[in-house]
Design a protein around this ligand. Sequence first.
Ligand code: ADP
Ligand code: SF4
Length: 676
Amino acid sequence: MTRDPRFDVLFEPVKIGPVTAKNRFYQVPHCNGMGRAFPSSMTEMRRTKAEGGWAVICTEEMEIHHTADHTPWAGARLWDDRDIPVWAKMCDGIHEFGSLAGAELNHAGATTANRWSREVPLGPSHFPVEMYDPVQVRAMDREDIRALRRWHRDAALRAKKAGFDLVYVYLGHQLSTMSHFLSPYRNRRSDEYGGSLENRARLAREILEETKDAVGDTCAVAIRFSVDELMGDAGITSEGEGRELIEMFAELPDLWDVNISGWEHDSATSRFKGSGFQDDYVAFVKQVTTKPVVGVGRYTSPDAMVSLVKSGKLDMIGAARPSIADPFLPKKIEEGRIEDIRECIGCNICVSGDHHSAPIRCTQNPTMGEEWRKGWHPERIAPKDSDASVLIVGAGPAGLEAARALGQRGYTVTLADKAAEAGGRVARERRLPGLSEWGRVVDYRLYQISQMPNVSLYLESEMTPDTLDEFGADHVALATGARWNADGIGRQNPRGISIADGAKIMTPDDVMAGVVPDGPVVVFDDDHFYMGGAVAEMLLRAGADVTFVTPAPEVSSWTHHTLEQHAIQKRLLDLGAKIHCGQNVASIDKDTVTLENVYNDALQVLAASAVILVSMRTPVDDLWLARPEVTRIGDAYGPSTIAASVYSGHRYARELDAAPHDGVPFLRELVELSPN
Ligand code: ADP
Ligand code: SF4
C-alpha cells in the first residue's frame, strides 16, 4: 500500500539548526521507568521507535549533576563520562534508522531531595522541596549560579560526545532550576536574577547561549517551555509572561518544544481532556518565532496532524503517549495503513511505571518495555509452531489480544463470547463518564481480527464444559473475566462486611448496566483506582444523591499514578458528592450504613437506600473448575488492570507451543560489583 498524498506534508524534512529531521514526527521527551536502571530495555525501546519512523527521539529528563539527584527515580543520568556509554548505545540505535536523538538535559533543583548524593538542593530562593521530604532548597549564590552554568555546558559536551543531535534547555513543567528561576512564585530574589521577567529569565538565557556555544556547531539546541501553568495570574500564562518569554528568546534556540504545565495538565487523561487540548495555548508560538515549533496533544489522527501543520500551528507533531501506544505510527501512515494504528486511549498507565520506577507498560501496546527483555517487537511475532487449533472463551481485552496475536502467528483461532457485544469489561467501562476512548482497546483488535481469515468470532455463544469438549480444540484459553464482589471483601474488610437482610447492595457491574437507585446512595471505595470515582460520577450525573466513602485519606488514591487524583476529587465535589475519607463501612442495614473511622474507630450512621461496593473482583472460572486442564488468562486468572489483561493475552499467544521454562522469564541486567 502507498501513502495517501494528503499526508505528504507530514513526511517533509524539517531543518533544526545544524541538523535535519527526516519528517515531522517528533517523539518528545517522556519518562519510561527504565532509564539508567534498566538501560538495555530503555535503549531498545527507543531504537524500536526509530524503526517505527519517528524522525526525532528524545530521552526523558536527564540529570546533569549530582546536586539534583532524583533517586530512586529510574530516569536518565549524565553526571560524568561514565554515563556516556548507555547514551551512545541509544544514539547508535536511533541513528541506525536515520533518526535524530535528543537529550533533555536537566538540573531539577527544587524537585529533588538528593536522597542519594545528600547535597543540599539548589534553587532561586529558600523553599521546601517538592513532595513532603523534610528538606529545603538553599537559595543559590553567585558562585552556585556560575557552577550550574558550567555543569550544564559540561553535560552538553558529554551529550555531544555520546552522539546526540539535539540538546535541550529545559524550562518546562516547573521541573528545572531554570524554570524555578523563571517562576514568579518561586523566585523571590532581589539581585539581577530576580524581579522582572528579564532578570528571572537571565539564567535560562545564559545557559541557552552557552549551550549553543559549546555544542551548537553540530547539535541543535531546543528549548522546552510550558507557556501556561494554568494558575491564572499566580503563574505563567500564554497571554502574559509565557508569550513575553517566547518573544524575548524567539530566534535564540533552534527549536521550540512547547506545552502547558504541570505534568498532570500536559499529560491529561482522556477522562478529562480530548486530543488537541493544548492547541489553543500554544497556537501563538509560531507567530512569534521562525524556528520550528513542536507541540503535543495526544494526536493519533493523521488528518488532525495535517491540519495542525497546514494551519500554521505546529511544524512538528510531538507525541509521547501516541508513540508508546504505537511505536510504528509514522510508518503506518507512510505505508497507507491508517486502520492499523493502535491509538493511545489516554489512560496514563504508562505514567504509573515512571511513578514506581518500574519499566513502562501500556494498555494498548503489550510489547512496550518488553522489546529487549522479552524480545517482543510491536509489529513482528514468530510464525506458528504447529497446526494446532485454538479456542478462546471470552472476548474481553485478554481474549481479543490473544486471538489477534495468535491470528498474526497464523494459528486457526475461534473466539467465543456469551455476550452480544465484544469487549468484556471494556464494553461496559467505555460507557463510564469520560472513558469512551478506552473503547479503542476493543475497536483496534476487532478490526485486526476482522482482517484475518484464520480467526472467527462468535458472539452470543456461551461455552459450557460440554461444549468445550465437543468443540475439541487443541488448545483452550479461558478469558472469561471477573465479577465485582457484592460482599465487601477487600483490603479493609478481609472477611467481608456485615449486611442485613433487605439491604440493597449493588456493584459497579450494576451501575454500568444502568441501574440508578432512588434515595441516598453510598459508594464505598476500597479499590482506590478509577472505578469507585467513576461509578460515583455516573450516578451523580444521573441525578443520584451520592456519598462517597473510602478508608483512604482521599478519593481514588491510586490515580496519583495516572495524574488524575486531584481532578477526580474535584469533579466529585463539583457534582455535589459528599465525601468521607478515612472511613470504613462497618455494617449495612436496610436503610442505613454504619461508618467506622479507621483511626479512632468512632462510629457514625448515614441514611442509605443502596450501597455500591467497590472492593475487589472474583474470577469467573467455573469452566476451569470443571476442566482444570485448560489455561486461564486475563482477569479469569488474576483480576487486574486492562493493561494486564492485554499483556496476559499477548503473552499466551507468544508462548503457545513454546517449551516450558522455569527460570526468570526475561533478560535482566545486574549491577556489577566494583573491583575495588
Ligand atoms: P479480561 O479483562 O480478562 O479480558 P473481561 O471480563 O473483560 O476479561 O471479559 C470476559 C469475557 O468473557 C466477557 O465478555 C464475558 O461475556 C465472557 N464470558 C464469560 N464466561 C463465558 C462463557 N462461559 N462463555 C463465553 N463467554 C464467556
Ligand atoms: Fe496511551 Fe494508556 Fe498506553 Fe499511556 S498506557 S500510551 S495513555 S494507551
